[in-house]
Design a protein around this ligand. Sequence first.
Ligand code: HEC
Length: 106
Amino acid sequence: MLNRFLAVPLVLGMLSAGAPVIADDLESSLAAAGCVACHKMDGPLVGPSYKKVADKYRGDPAAAAMLLGKVKNGGSGTWGKIPMAPHPHLTDEQIKPLITGILAIQ
Ligand code: HEC
């Protein structure tokens, strides 16, 4: 509950700072899934930032399904030579909300 009241000023604060706008629980979900080892919200790490991923696929209706497969099976060549490791231990139901959240970053 408290979260909802805190979220609005937090989001507004981030907007004015020019930082990406991120759904409430996305960061903790990504941390729980182990994605933070290679990705940051903003700025490159091993893989591209989620902000860059969201910008690249904004308005692409096929992106969610493609990215689900890529997170699950791994892959390389879109952002560079470093491959993303496959995540066979995660189910589609676990990955889908992560992708939805990433693509919604503004
Ligand atoms: C071992 C490091 C590593 C981990 C862990 C990792 N990634 Fe990645 N990820 C990468 C790299 C490297 C790329 C760039 C691949 C490419 O160039 O095609 C990438 C690319 C992506 C992309 C963009 C793919 C595309 O085709 O544009 C998404 C979305 C993504 N990762 C989400 C995730 C999520 C969600 C998780 C956690 C379940 C995760 N990644 C965990 C390294 C990682």
